[in-house]
Design a protein around this ligand. Structure first.
Ligand code: TNX
Length: 530
């Protein structure tokens, strides 16, 4: 009897532990189609083989192996085979669900075999789900002396696909500069919640953050400071491309923004010939740099660098001879090193641009962006210009402009400031952040429906912007972004009705994961942290 049991009993899968079942029920974003545990456990061990059916899956399977090896200390490797193995993790592009598309995936566990189906992006999202099915300790190298014999996942079936194609966050590296390591960490954090867009706000009054080889002073001078007068910084074109590649490995498209015709003081301070005579506001001034060119021979003077937090005081001038040489050069150089399809021209808060000039500007930007092979995006104000269905409008504050955009058949990204601005304080006691739009507690951030604004399919998706006037360090970023970002990720990913009371329980269970990832999150009293 004992001998029989040794063979039979080791074969029968054991029951899932309550912890593994709980993890299965607490995935964020909640799987869209189904997530059904079967009560059994699937164990990853030193002997688990990762098999891919098709070599297009090799990079993403290697990513999964790296994630597992990091946390377990194992050395799992990836091999290719057409045939499904008897055990281990098998990954195939043969989709299991008709709507699975480019980003959907399924995970099915039966006995000793876990089968993941998806295109490469879908498999990447399956890997994010697997991270959440495993204990939080998977995020760190194993502690010396810890038991790493096996890692348990509750088995069952998950079928999942995103509601929106655009699930993003914006990082403002202009008001305060954030360097390579910080941006890479930002990419890692948003990709963990299956976001697929990183919008980089690369220029503003306070700083110019991307090297433009034909206009070198933009970064040399215009990138030399930031809000509060710190030393600023910028990305070389090579560094920018490194960020794009890092994002692409995580199935994230980088959307570069050069904000024009307003929010442009850093350029006007770098090249006097672009300045149509604006003055920088009084607070936050730094001394005029007398070596700046453009001060002689009747040319207009450059402005001073600006380190305050006012908006809407600067503008390009439509009829300056250098203006469109500048715009063309910037769009051309940046488009050439941006593989993604989008170019964001800003267009917000051009309060000192004459309205007729503003419309001419946006129309001209549309042509220039198109001539450089990109699709134009702008903040909602661009809806005043002659835009059409090839243009994407980012809604942030004005229903009037959003309705104008809809009339013109533009596509819309939803970033309502009252709900989705990551730089808004949680409440009046938050240590950093602004509150001009609202205080946004974690519940409020989750309680809105991005699809409700329009229902004719023109909503591309959701983006949560982080403006950084008050944000100076990675810890500051993490404090404002977490725990609101998982909610925006879920609003973008998960279809169907949502309930804060249900969601908050799942979110509360992610505390240990935030800790394992060393995220300096805000411990909102609205969330039942465990
Ligand atoms: C408005 S939203 C801005 C930004 C500021 C932000 C601060 C938008 C398109 N423009 O320039 O940083 O408010 O919350």
């Amino acid at each position: 009897l004992l001998a029989a049991c040794v063979t039979a009993c080791t074969k029968a899968p054991k029951d899932a532990s309550p912890e593994a079942l709980s993890r299965f029920q607490n995935i964020i974003p909640r799987p869209s189609v189904e997530a059904k545990p079967d009560g059994k456990a699937f164990l990853i061990t030193r002997a688990t083989a990762i098999t891919i059916a098709n070599d297009s899956l090799r990079p993403v399977a290697q990513y999964l192996a790296d994630v597992l090896n990091k946390g377990t200390g194992y050395t799992l490797s990836v091999s290719t085979s057409n045939e499904a193995p008897a055990s281990g993790i098998f990954i195939t592009t043969r989709l299991s669900h008709p709507d699975q598309g480019r980003e959907g995936y399924s995970i099915t566990t039966a006995g000793d075999l876990m089968t993941i189906t998806g295109k490469p992006a879908g498999v990447f999202y399956a890997a994010q789900t697997l991270r959440q099915l495993l204990p939080p300790a998977i995020e760190k190298a194993p502690a010396p002396g810890s038991d790493t014999t096996s890692w348990e996942i509750a088995s069952g079936q998950i079928v999942d696909l995103p509601q929106f194609a655009w699930r993003g966050s914006m990082l403002d590296v202009a008001r305060h500069f954030f360097g390579m390591d910080d941006v890479k960490r930002y990419i890692d954090l948003i990709s963990f919640y299956k976001m697929n867009i990183l919008h980089l706000h690369l220029s503003d009054d306070q700083g110019w953050r991307i090297e433009i080889k034909s206009w070198p002073r933009l970064t040399e001078h215009g990138g030399s400071t930031q809000v509060g007068g710190g030393k600023g910084g910028f990305f070389t074109q090579e560094q920018y491309q490194e960020l794009i590649a890092y994002a692409a490995e995580r199935f994230i498209t980088v959307v570069p923004e050069i904000d024009m015709p307003g929010h442009i003081n850093s350029a006007l301070a770098s090249y006097g010939e672009l300045n149509g005579g604006i003055q920088v506001p009084k607070e936050g001034r730094v001394e005029l740099d007398l070596s700046t060119p453009g001060t002689l021979n009747g040319k207009t003077q450059p402005t001073q660098l600006y380190t305050g937090v006012k908006v809407g005081f600067s503008t390009l001038r439509y009829d300056k001879p250098e203006t469109f040489k500048f715009v063309n050069d910037v769009v051309r150089e940046l488009a050439a090193i941006t593989p993604g399809p989008y170019f964001h021209v800003g267009g917000d808060e051009a309060h000192v641009t004459q309205k007729d000039e503003y419309i001419k500007f946006v129309n001209r930007f549309t042509e220039i962006v198109k001539a450089n092979g990109k699709k134009m995006i702008g903040w909602e104000e661009i809806a005043q210009a002659d835009i059409d269905s090839n243009v994407v409008v980012q809604y942030w504050n004005s229903e009037k402009y959003a309705l104008q955009a809809l009339e013109k058949k533009a596509q819309i990204i939803m970033s309502p400031a009252k709900k989705a601005y990551l730089d808004m304080q949680y409440d009046s006691t938050s240590r950093i952040g602004l509150h001009w739009a609202a205080y946004i507690e974690v519940d409020s951030a989750y309680r809105w429906d991005p699809a409700a604004f329009v229902d004719d399919g023109t909503v591309l998706g959701v983006e949560a912007p982080l403006w950084t006037e008050t944000v100076a360090t990675m810890n500051d970023i993490e404090y404002l972004v977490f725990p609101r970002l998982p909610g925006y990720a879920e609003l973008g990913w998960t279809s169907g009705t949502k309930s804060w009371d249900e969601y908050k329980v799942r979110l509360g269970k992610h505390a240990a994961r935030f800790d394992a990832l060393e995220i300096d999150y805000y411990q909102s009293p609205k969330v039942p942290w465990v």
